[in-house]
Design a protein around this ligand. Structure first.
Ligand code: HEM
Length: 140
């Protein structure tokens, strides 16, 4: 069908994929949008304290990234937000990110979620949505 909607091809589109209403309780377990703001502060602190990830973020606009991440994760968790940030492929393609750096970032996110008492199952729901994005982010 020429008019059939295309399925998401990659993480580039995942943030704009159809929302999943089953995730609404998970959004609440993250503390809603205020919870995501706090989470992203801790997440970025972890990324900057981690020698594996710090080099990527040291010269970036970290306040801007945090704000975009709040909106993006809010959308992923079916919260009342809109992601207006850049395309995932375009943002990451010149950064030379490998699987080790990706895994390090996920660990730093998990540590931040633990600190914010996000229930383990809710953590896994988010991580399950992020994992398929790796082809958009990893370039080497
Ligand atoms: C699923 C994994 C990831 C997601 C969902 C994600 C999401 C994002 C978002 C939403 C932005 C902001 C986009 C904008 O400015 O409009 C961003 C920027 C950025 N991300 Fe990621 N990211 C991921 C993985 C990574 C990894 C593994 C690294 C490096 C270790 C990384 C490094 C960066 C950097 C340095 C920027 C800023 C780029 C710039 O300002 O030019 N990201 N990311």
């Amino acid at each position: 069908q020429d008019t059939a909607p295309m399925p998401p091809q990659s993480a580039a589109m995942a943030a704009s994929a159809p929302r999943d209403p089953a995730l609404k309780p998970v959004f609440d377990q993250f503390g809603g949008k205020p919870g995501l703001v706090t989470l992203m502060n801790d997440f970025m602190d972890n990324l900057m304290a981690d020698a594996r990830t710090r080099p990527y973020f040291a010269d970036s606009d970290r306040e801007h990234i945090k704000a975009e991440l709040v909106d993006q994760f809010c959308v992923i968790l079916d919260g009342p937000c809109t992601y207006t940030g850049k395309d995932m492929v375009k943002v990451h393609r010149s950064l030379g990110i490998n699987r080790a750096a990706f895994n390090a970032l996920v660990e730093d996110l998990q540590t931040a979620m633990d600190k914010n008492n996000v229930p383990f199952r809710a953590q896994n729901k988010l991580l399950a949505k992020l994992a398929p994005m790796h082809p958009a982010v990893i370039t080497r």
